[in-house]
Design a protein around this ligand. Structure first.
Ligand SMILES: [Zn+2]
Length: 68
């Protein structure tokens, strides 16, 4: 959608690098912290954290830490 504007075009940055696209998630899947687990794992982690924030009603103002 890009991933953020709502367009549902995962590869389209609309000429603005602030729009999150597939390449960002591919890069996020290759960091040392995620142990190069790949874009799929990065997306799963991203989705999990966003869902935790949503369940906590804190999407607008996330807490510092969502570990239990
Ligand atoms: Zn978009």
């Amino acid at each position: 959608m890009c991933y953020t504007c709502g367009c549902k075009l995962p590869y389209e940055d609309h000429g603005d690098p602030a729009n999150i696209i597939e390449d960002h998630l591919k890069q996020a899947g290759q960091t040392d912290t995620i142990d190069k687990a790949g874009a799929t794992k990065a997306k799963e982690n991203l989705l999990e954290l966003i869902q935790l924030q949503q369940q906590a009603g804190s999407l607008a103002q996330p807490r510092e830490d969502y570990n239990e």
